[in-house]
Design a protein. Structure first.
Lengths: 303, 356
C-alpha cells in the first residue's frame, strides 16, 4: 500500500501516462507470447507436416499412388491394420477393467497395479522390444522349449509385432479413464443396482455413457500409437518384407533405398491417420469437458 | 451385495479379455500352420524361403529373386517366394541368433556368419567350403566417392590422412562395410611402410582423426555424405558408390579408385538347422548355387558387384576398373584374427579412435 501513495500524489498527466503505459504493456505481453507460440507452432508442426506432403507429391500423383499401392506397401498397411484391429479392442477391454477396478474398489496392491499400468510409458520402446526377444526367442528365450515344441513363432512373425504393440499401448485407455471414474464415484451404479438393474445393464446404461468420451479419447490415443509405433516393433520384426514390415518400418526401408518420394508418400498415410485421429480426439475432448462442467454444475446444489 | 454384483461384472469383463487373448493365440497358431504347409514341400506346392541379407544388397536381390523364381519354376514346376530382410550385417546376424528363421544368409563378411554359431551350432562350421570361391559368388572392393571436380584432389589413401580433409566412414564396431574400409586403409599402409605395424597404425589413426561423424551403417554414411552434404570423401563399397552415383545425382559426385584396395568378399550360406526343420534345403541350396550361374553373375554385375565369372567380368570391364586387390587372409590372417586384433573391445580401433 505504501508504494501506491506517491502515485496518487502525481499530477493527472503523469497518472494518465502511467495508466497508458500499463495498458500498453499488458497488450504487448499477450501479443508477444501469442507470436512466439504461433511461430513455434508453424516452425515445429505446420512446416514439417506440409513438407511431408510436398515431398510425397514431388514426383507427381502417379508415383504417389504407385508407392501406396505397391504390393509390399499394401502388405505393410494390412499388417498395421491387423495390429490396430487386435491391439485396440484388447487394450480397451483391459483399460476398462483396470480403470473400473482401480477407481471403484479398494483392494490391496492397488498402487502397485497403477504403477504397473504406467510401466510401458516409462520403458524405452527398444527395451520393450528386447524384453520380448528374451522371452520368445526360439534359440535362447525363456519360452523357447515350449515354442519349439508347439512349433509357434512369436518374434520375427506378426504375433510378436502385435504383442509388442499391445505392450507399448497398454496404459492409454486406463490412464484416461481412471481420473474420470474416480471423480464420478460409485453412487450412480449403486443406485441402479439397488433398483434391481443387472450388472450388465448397469454397465451399459450407467457406467459406459458416463465415460464414453474419455473412453473414445483413450481409444484414439491407442490407435495412433499402434499405427505409429517404431522402436519396439523394429526390434521384434526381423524386417522381412511383405511379412513383418509395418507402415513405419516400410517408410524407413524406402528412405534407405533412396526412394525418398515413395517414403514420404507412405509416410503421408500415417500423417493422414494422425490428422483424422486428432480431429476425433478433439471432438471427444470437448464433449468430455462439457459433460464434466455440466456435471459440476449439477452437483453444486446437492453439495 | 452391490459390490458383489459389480465384482461379478469385473469377472465377466476379464473373461471377455481372456477370450480375445485366446483369439490372439489361435492367430499365432495360424501362422504355425502356414509354416508347416511350407515345410512339407511337395514339388507342386508353393514354397517360401527367407534370405536375411545386409544393407546394400537390396537392389541386387530384388532382381535376382525374380530371376531365380523363373528358373526354379521352369526346372521343377514349383512356385518359390523369396522373402527379403535387410539391415546392418552385424545386427542381421543377431536376429538369426535370436531365432529369425533365415533359410539363407547373405551377409557382408564371413565373421558375421561365423558369429551366428557363437552360442549354438545353427549352421555347419565348414559352411565357407561348401560353395566355390570361399562361398562368395560376387565380390566388391573399397573406393572413394568425392564431390564433382574432386576439389580436395583426392587420388589415393595418402590424401585421406592429410589434415583438412573430412572423411566419412561408418563405425567399424557396428558396420561390416566400415571394417572393410578400415582394413583396406591398413593394408595400404602396411604396403607403403614395408610392413611396419607401428607406422600403419599412425597412418590409420590420422585418417580416423579426419572423421567428423561415425554412422552405424554403410547406408547411414552414404546419406550423411550425399544428402546432408558433410565431408570431402566417402569411403564406401564400390557397389554402394556406383549405386549412389547412378540412383542419385551423376553430376554431383565422382568415384576415385585408389592404387591398392581390399578384395571384399560378402559370403553366402545355407542355415542348416532352419532348412532341415522347414524342409527347404533343396531350394535354398539351389538358390545360392544359381548365384554362380551366368544369369546370376550378370545380375550381380548389373547391380555393381564384381562377378566371379571372368567372361561376365570382361563384359562389364568399363564399370570395374583394374585395381590391385589383396585379401584379408593374405594380410590379416583371416577374419577371426582381424576381428580380435582390431575391432574387439580394447582392440586397435578403440585405442586409436579414443586417443584422437
Amino acid at each position: 500500500m505504501a508504494g501506491s501513495i506517491p502515485i496518487q500524489l502525481k499530477t493527472d498527466k503523469e497518472a494518465a501516462y502511467a495508466k497508458k503505459r500499463a495498458v500498453k504493456g499488458s497488450k504487448l505481453v499477450p501479443i508477444v507470447l501469442t507470436t512466439i507460440a504461433l511461430l513455434f507452432f508453424i516452425l515445429m508442426l505446420i512446416i514439417p507436416l506440409i513438407s511431408v506432403f510436398v515431398k510425397a507429391f514431388e514426383q507427381g500423383a502417379n508415383l504417389y499412388f504407385a508407392s501406396i499401392t505397391d504390393p509390399i506397401a499394401l502388405k505393410a498397411i494390412k499388417l498395421t491394420l491387423i495390429t490396430i484391429a487386435i491391439t485396440v479392442p484388447i487394450n480397451t477391454v483391459f483399460g476398462l477393467a483396470a480403470a473400473w477396478a482401480i477407481a471403484k474398489f479398494k483392494f490391496k496392491g492397488k498402487n502397485l497395479l497403477i504403477t504397473f499400468i504406467d510401466l510401458p510409458f516409462s520403458i524405452s520402446p527398444v527395451v520393450a522390444g528386447l524384453i520380448f526377444v528374451l522371452l520368445f526367442s526360439t534359440s535362447h528365450g525363456l519360452f523357447a522349449p515350449l515354442l519349439n515344441a508347439l512349433g509357434i513363432k512369436i518374434i520375427f512373425a506378426p504375433p510378436g509385432i502385435i504383442i509388442a504393440t499391445i505392450f507399448v499401448t497398454l496404459p492409454f485407455v486406463a490412464r484416461e479413464l481412471i481420473p474420470l471414474m474416480e471423480a464420478q464415484g460409485t453412487a450412480e451404479e449403486e443406485a441402479a443396482l439397488t433398483l434391481g438393474a443387472s450388472g450388465w445393464k448397469t454397465f451399459w446404461h450407467i457406467t459406459l455413457p458416463n465415460i464414453k468420451w474419455a473412453l473414445l479419447y483413450g481409444i484414439m490415443l491407442t490407435t495412433a500409437r499402434a499405427a505409429g509405433e517404431f522402436g519396439a516393433v523394429s526390434v521384434v520384426s526381423g524386417h522381412i518384407r511383405g511379412l513383418t514390415n509395418t507402415v513405419p518400418l516400410h517408410v524407413e526401408i524406402l528412405y534407405n533405398e533412396y526412394k525418398f518420394s515413395a517414403a514420404f508418400a507412405v509416410a503421408s498415410l500415417l500423417t493422414l491417420i494422425a490428422l483424422v485421429n486428432l480431429i476425433v480426439k478433439n471432438v471427444a475432448y470437448s464433449k468430455m469437458n462439457r459433460i464434466h462442467k455440466a456435471g459440476e454444475k449439477k452437483n453444486v446444489p446437492e453439495a | 451385495m452391490v459390490k458383489n454384483k459389480i465384482r461379478k461384472n469385473i469377472l465377466r469383463i476379464s473373461l471377455t479379455g481372456l477370450l480375445i487373448a485366446a483369439n490372439l493365440v489361435s492367430f499365432a497358431g495360424c501362422s504355425k500352420e502356414a509354416s508347416n504347409n511350407q515345410g512339407s514341400s511337395k514339388k507342386t506346392e508353393p514354397i517360401t524361403i527367407l534370405n536375411v541379407s545386409y544393407d546394400p544388397t537390396r537392389e541386387l536381390y530384388q532382381d535376382y529373386n525374380e530371376a531365380f523364381q523363373k528358373y526354379w519354376k521352369e526346372k521343377t514346376g514349383q512356385d518359390v517366394t523369396v522373402q527379403q530382410s535387410h539391415g546392418g550385417s552385424g545386427s542381421q546376424a543377431r536376429t538369426v541368433i535370436d531365432g529369425n528363421e533365415a533359410d539363407v544368409v547373405t551377409l557382408a563378411l564371413a565373421y558375421d556368419i561365423d558369429s551366428i554359431n557363437k552360442n549354438k551350432e545353427i549352421l555347419s562350421k565348414d559352411w565357407q567350403k561348401r560353395l566355390p570361391h570361399n562361398s562368395t559368388p560376387y565380390t566388391s572392393t573399397i573406393v572413394f566417392l568425392v564431390r564433382k571436380g574432386n576439389p580436395k584432389n583426392i587420388k589415393d589413401w595418402d590424401d585421406l590422412a592429410k589434415p583438412g580433409v573430412e572423411v566419412i566412414t561408418p563405425n567399424p564396431k557396428t558396420s561390416g562395410g566400415a571394417r572393410w574400409n578400415y582394413l583396406a586403409a591398413w593394408g595400404y599402409a602396411l604396403r607403403k611402410y614395408s610392413n611396419d605395424p607401428e607406422k600403419a597404425r599412425e597412418f590409420v589413426k590420422a585418417i580416423f582423426a579426419n572423421v567428423p561423424v561415425l554412422d552405424s551403417g554403410a547406408r547411414g554414411s552414404t546419406t550423411t555424405f550425399v544428402e546432408r552434404g558433410l565431408g570431402d570423401v566417402l569411403i564406401a563399397w564400390e557397389n554402394e558408390a556406383l549405386l549412389s552415383l547412378n540412383e542419385l545425382d551423376k553430376d554431383k559426385f565422382e568415384i576415385v579408385v585408389p592404387s591398392i584396395s581390399i578384395l571384399a568378399e560378402p559370403p553366402v550360406a545355407v542355415v542348416d538347422s532352419v532348412v532341415d526343420k522347414k524342409g527347404t534345403r533343396e531350394v535354398a541350396e539351389a538358390y545360392l548355387e544359381y548365384l554362380y550361374s551366368d544369369e546370376g553373375q550378370e545380375i550381380s554385375a548389373k547391380n555393381y558387384y564384381r562377378p566371379r565369372s571372368e567372361e561376365i567380368k570382361k563384359k562389364y570391364a568399363s564399370q570395374f576398373p583394374e585395381v590391385e586387390l589383396f585379401t584379408i587372409d593374405e594380410v590379416f590372417g583371416g577374419w577371426d584374427k582381424a576381428q580380435k586384433e582390431h575391432f574387439d573391445d580394447g582392440g586397435v580401433f578403440d585405442q586409436i579412435y579414443e586417443k584422437k
